[in-house]
Design a protein around this ligand. Structure first.
Ligand code: ADP
Length: 520
């Protein structure tokens, strides 16, 4: 039998052990293990368990003593069933628990259930089973309660710590796997964090970069906007009205570790300490090479397009001005010839504007609206050939459709736009003339249309890119010929909107054949 004196001394030891667990041990399972051990020994028990309440209100056993893990799922169910029964008072609840304990070990006679409560929130339940029955005095119960309160604090701290640790790991994973480069600097601009995306951009390994100075790693070949050093010297971010949200943007060409250049934009965001000093600087680095390329392409496109627009306008204006001269009486032939030029150039302008509008609509992600109906593609091709034959002398346009070419479903205006673009390309990129064949084949459930020329052709590398917006093959011919780099981009979008596919077969100097399919 335990002497009372002895019990008091041990109680003090147990409380000490619990407070040590609170301060020294933050790992939840270890805290639970220590609290449970101390409780079982203090109450002279043999078995014990701790169940914690999850956010949904369910209790789950998180630590056991003397109970085999096989029994845990079943115990979980029985415990939650008991807890759900609101009619049970403490005595009948512990009686039921004892009955459950007997199922585990026939010697069990008594149960104690200590609720773990922190800030009036139930955190869980500590349960001890023992083989002998004994009365608990009011004093004992008070000691047990203060014991449970201490344990609850330990559990609460450990849970808090676990949550913070989980959040920290989540944040670290986000930073590490971010597609943007992320770097964290201390106030002296030493690098304290450097993620993998930044390794790809700069060629610096995180191990080498961390601990180095910002200026050694981020070397500018050319700085176009903003400057971190200068901004800090000027008092950034504390000189701002709202320093917490004050960011700094820096853009330029970075010199990678391997000597190559890379265009980047960096947003620096300050992290302030509780007393308002600069604690960290978080840098978000974005690779803007593609953006720069797109901008350069757009500039080329704009100068190209203005030229394309100006040419027909100049022709129309010139011919119209000649016709309306008051001092000359023009013959019928001249009037007809000049009006034809005006009409053709106006058509060219309309086609160009149509292309531009369609392209901007696709770009705005509105897609292409189709006005589909039954159509005879072979007849459409015949009309296109007839029109282009009047516009070129060096090329021979040939039709090659089988007589049973089927009626298809499609938007005639859009498909004419596709064919116009392909045929005018075939003419443009065959400077020495030759045959241009427009034909069709019938497959199972679809038709294939092709436009074949004997012109300059193109390399495999260019075949991959010609359907991109604004892309033009870089060569003497394309520099001499007018174009916007939109024709094939639109052709692809229109064909795909019909559920078809477009591709090219070609080799440099060997002509090119463009194919597209359309479902019947
Ligand atoms: P554009 O003709 O206005 O430049 P496109 O989108 O119609 O724009 O064509 C993109 C590029 O593809 C052209 O600049 C040209 O270099 C190449 N290309 C198109 N069609 C042909 C062809 N039939 N033969 C050779 N190259 C072609």
């Amino acid at each position: 039998m335990l002497m009372l004196q002895d019990f008091r001394v041990r109680q003090r030891d147990f409380l000490l052990e619990i407070s040590r667990a609170i301060t020294a041990q933050l790992e939840l399972s270890e805290v639970l293990r220590r609290v449970l051990n101390a409780s079982v020994v203090m109450l002279g028990g043999q078995l014990g368990l701790v169940a914690l309440r999850d956010p949904g209100g369910e209790y789950r056993i998180r630590a056991t003593l003397g109970i085999e893990t096989d029994h845990v799922p079943d115990l979980n169910d029985q415990l939650n069933k008991l807890l759900a029964d609101e009619a049970l008072d403490y005595d009948s609840f512990t009686d039921q628990l004892t009955r459950i304990a007997i199922g585990l070990d026939r010697r069990m006679r008594q149960s104690f259930a200590l609720p773990l409560v922190f800030a009036e929130q139930p955190l869980g339940l500590l349960i001890v089973f023992r083989a002998q029955r004994g009365m608990a005095t009011a004093d004992d119960i008070q000691v047990l309660q203060s014991f449970a309160d201490q344990a609850a604090i330990a559990v609460h701290n450990a849970q808090l710590y676990a949550r913070i640790d989980e959040e920290r790991q989540q944040l670290a994973a986000i930073v590490e796997n971010s597609a943007d480069g992320v770097m964290i600097l201390d106030p002296d601009l030493q690098i304290v964090n450097f993620n993998r995306a930044l390794e790809r951009m700069t060629g610096w390994r995180p191990d080498d970069a961390i601990g180095s100075s910002y200026d050694d790693v981020i070397v500018w070949k050319q700085l176009e906007h903003g400057d971190l050093r200068r901004a800090l010297d000027d008092g950034w971010p504390l000189n701002a009205a709202d320093p917490v949200h004050e960011t700094l943007y820096v853009e330029g060409d970075l010199l990678r570790r391997d000597g190559l250049a890379k265009s980047v934009g960096i947003v620096f965001a300050p992290l302030l300490s509780a007393d308002g000093r600069l604690a960290r600087i978080i840098a978000n680095v974005r690779d803007i090479t593609n953006f720069r390329q797109a901008q350069a392409m757009q500039n080329v496109f704009i100068s190209g397009i203005s030229h394309e627009l100006k040419t027909p306008v100049a022709l129309i204006k010139g011919h119209a001005a000649t016709l309306r001269r008051d001092d000359v009486e023009w013959g019928r032939d001249i009037v007809r010839e000049y009006s034809t030029v005006i009409e053709e150039e106006a058509d060219r302008l309309t086609a160009l504007i149509d292309n531009l509008l369609t392209a901007s609509r696709i770009q705005a992600q509105q897609g292409i609206s189709l006005n589909s109906g039954d159509m005879r593609f072979d007849q459409l091709a015949a009309r296109v050939v007839e029109r282009f034959n009047t516009q070129t002398t060096g090329h021979k346009l040939v039709l090659d459709f089988p007589p049973d070419f089927p009626v298809i479903q499609g938007d005639e205006t859009r498909l004419r736009q596709v064919l116009d673009n392909l045929v005018s390309n075939a003419i443009k990129y065959s400077p020495n003339g030759g045959a241009i064949t427009i034909g069709g084949r019938v497959n199972n459930g679809s038709v294939t249309v092709f436009v074949k020329d004997q012109g300059v052709g193109m390399s495999d590398a260019d075949q991959e890119r010609i359907f991109e917006r604004f892309y033009r093959v870089d060569g003497t011919l394309s520099r001499k010929t007018q174009g916007t780099g939109l024709g094939l981009y639109l052709a692809k979008a229109i064909v795909e909107a019909h559920g078809g596919r477009i591709w090219v077969e070609s080799a440099p100097g060997k002509g090119a054949t463009f194919f597209f399919t359309l479902p019947v």
